[in-house]
Design a protein. Structure first.
Length: 165
């Protein structure tokens, strides 16, 4: 039986702190694990990541590649099978949108997939719905509302605020 006065940490879980520079017998005496001379052996040495001792760093030697568009949609794809957890509910864009995309003005929600869930919501809103998915939803009496996607206009937030009022 356990008693508070007899509790002990598991064997090997407590490890003594390394005591650097405390004599040759400690294994970390003299240079205290810093090696001999050099910039990193000195006190207060601090070089940023990627620093190559004055040589042009690799990330600056390589050419810049690609382009990140400021207006391209951030596509969020949701499978029909995930709709099963919202049985009997009316789903707006914000209900389906992952938390990380809810305030993103460029988030574009797409419903896809052909595997039917066990239960269905009453209605669903999305920017895009694949044709096969739309027919699957409508055959199971789910109302599908396609909302026009406007790049950078936070359209999904305006729609939900009108619905609440």
């Amino acid at each position: 039986m356990f008693k508070l006065d007899s509790l002990k940490a598991p064997l090997g879980s407590k490890q003594a702190k390394k005591r650097k520079g405390k004599g040759m017998g400690s294994g970390l005496g003299k240079t205290a694990g810093r090696g001999h001379k050099g910039q990193r052996a000195r006190a207060g040495s601090n070089v940023h990541q990627g620093f190559e001792g004055g040589q042009m760093p690799l990330q600056r030697r390589l050419p810049k590649v690609g382009f990140n568009s400021g207006v391209e949609a951030h596509k969020v794809r949701i499978s029909v099978t995930e709709l099963g957890q919202f049985a009997g509910q009316e789903l707006g864009l914000l209900d389906l949108m992952p938390k990380s995309f809810r305030k993103d003005p460029r988030a574009q929600l797409t419903l896809s997939g052909g595997r039917a869930p066990a239960a269905w919501p009453k209605s669903v809103e999305a920017h895009k719905v694949s044709p096969s998915t739309k027919s699957l939803l409508e055959s199971n009496s789910v109302t599908v509302k396609i909302i026009e996607y406007k790049s950078g206009k936070l359209g999904h937030r305006k729609e939900s605020s009108k619905a609440k009022a």
